[in-house]
Design a protein. Sequence first.
Length: 99
Amino acid sequence: MLSKKVVANKLDQVLDPELGISIVDLGLIYNVSIKGKDISVLMTLTFPGCPLASVIQKEVEEKLNEIDGVGKINVALTFDPPWDSSKIAKSAKEKLGII
């Protein structure tokens, strides 16, 4: 069954290639919407010129395609609002040595 929880679990498996931390824990996922079998994800990156943008976006699409019965997947990037370290989950901040 397609649900936000199932989608969130898949997104949590996508790691930032440089930091090795989930894009969910980094606060890069701004919104997930589901319409029927279609999934739309609005996300950001840690900075607009990130050279790994296409790698991360492709992995998001691949993980979501693993969900049984999924239809169309749309992953959109935005930089409004811009990402900052306040969006990082506490557990990820501990792994990064921020707190």
